[in-house]
Design a binder for this molecule. Structure first.
Ligand SMILES: [Zn+2]
Length: 338
């Protein structure tokens, strides 16, 4: 690499740009020599400056707008003719989440399409990796062009999606059948994961060391019907699945403060026990979403320390037709993606 200027001089020439950059990008403190700047200083010798030919040595750090127009040697490139081929042009495509849960908070899809016609027909495709034919095709109808549009995606249109990784792809056609054109700036594809349940705690936890906290461990007169999950007092307890709150109650000699949830779209109930006193934020009959906070970990009732006692009942309701099953295999799986 040729160096035309002594390092110190090159660095001092760069100071104005550097100072500006420091304001915008939190970059380089005054007095420090920016490591990547010096080698680029000789660019003024006719090299093809990628920023259109700054008059001063060195390229400003990426994102510095100020030197762009200064001493430009060539005219700004002509604005590309928009829609030169008559196709609708994707101007914006954003999805507010990359991880979604069934019966959880939906993702907001925002898009904007430019075209000569006032509306275009828009579809949202859900694609599995490596598959060309979509798992779901969601018709978003005729949407106005030139204005931002939104759609709420919950993974349930056309039937609840299977679990896994997917891509959302926006497609559109105008009245003459011309298909959507995308650009490097606006891709029409967004990666997304979708799962049916999430882990019921947000924060640190473990599964306990002794077999005593496992499902099926002997208890006087019965057996342990759930899995104990030690966690710090106050750890948020969230719904592993959306649904309806069945019970909020207190049992001094056993469960302490507890909540029972009836999972939506499945034959399962969930029970959460020993919750911190006063921490329950749901009421019987209330609908909740997957991931919504229900209460906090505590140690109320018959408990020796803060933990969540978690039960899963299948084939009916909690203490009303259902049977408790071992929650641990579920918990481990949910933990792997939550
Ligand atoms: Zn327990």
């Amino acid at each position: 690499m040729r160096t035309l200027l002594p390092t110190a001089l090159a660095a001092s020439l760069l100071l104005p740009a550097t100072a500006l950059a420091a304001a915008g990008t939190g970059g380089v403190a005054p007095g420090e020599t920016p490591p990547k700047q010096t080698p680029t200083a000789p660019r003024q010798d006719g090299g093809q400056g990628s920023n259109g030919g700054a008059a001063y040595g060195g390229e400003p750090p990426a994102g510095t707008p100020t030197t762009k127009r200064r001493g430009a040697r060539r005219p700004k490139p002509h604005r590309r003719k928009r829609r030169s081929d008559g196709r609708p042009l994707l101007e914006l495509f954003q999805v507010s989440r990359s991880s979604l849960f069934a019966y959880g908070a939906p993702a907001t899809v925002r898009f904007q399409i430019g075209d000569d016609s006032p509306t275009v027909r828009v579809r949202l495709l859900v694609l599995a990796p490596g598959q060309r034919s979509p798992l779901r095709t969601i018709d978003l109808g005729d949407r106005p062009t030139g204005a931002t549009q939104t759609y709420s995606f919950d993974g349930r249109a056309g039937g609840v999606l299977p679990q896994g990784a997917f891509q959302l792809e926006l497609s559109a056609r105008d009245a003459r059948g011309h298909r959507l054109r995308t650009t490097a700036r606006a891709s029409n594809v967004h990666d997304l994961s979708f799962h049916w349940h999430r882990f019921p705690l947000i924060g640190d936890f473990d599964y306990g060391r002794s077999a005593d906290g496992r499902f099926g461990a002997p208890r006087p007169g019965h057996f342990h019907q759930g899995q104990d999950i030690p966690a710090p007092e106050g750890t948020p307890v969230v719904a592993p699945r959306g649904g309806r709150i069945e019970y909020v109650d207190y049992q001094a000699g056993g469960a302490g403060c507890y909540v029972v949830l009836d999972g939506a779209g499945e034959d399962r109930d969930y029970a959460f026990m020993h919750l911190r006193r006063g921490s329950v934020v749901v009421k019987p009959g209330q609908q909740v979403r997957t991931g919504q906070k229900l209460a906090e970990v505590g140690s109320t009732g018959e408990s020796t320390g803060p933990h969540l006692h978690f039960e899963v009942w299948e084939g009916g309701h909690w203490w009303a037709g259902g049977k408790p099953v071992d929650p641990l295999p579920y918990l481990r799986r949910w933990d792997s993606w939550s």
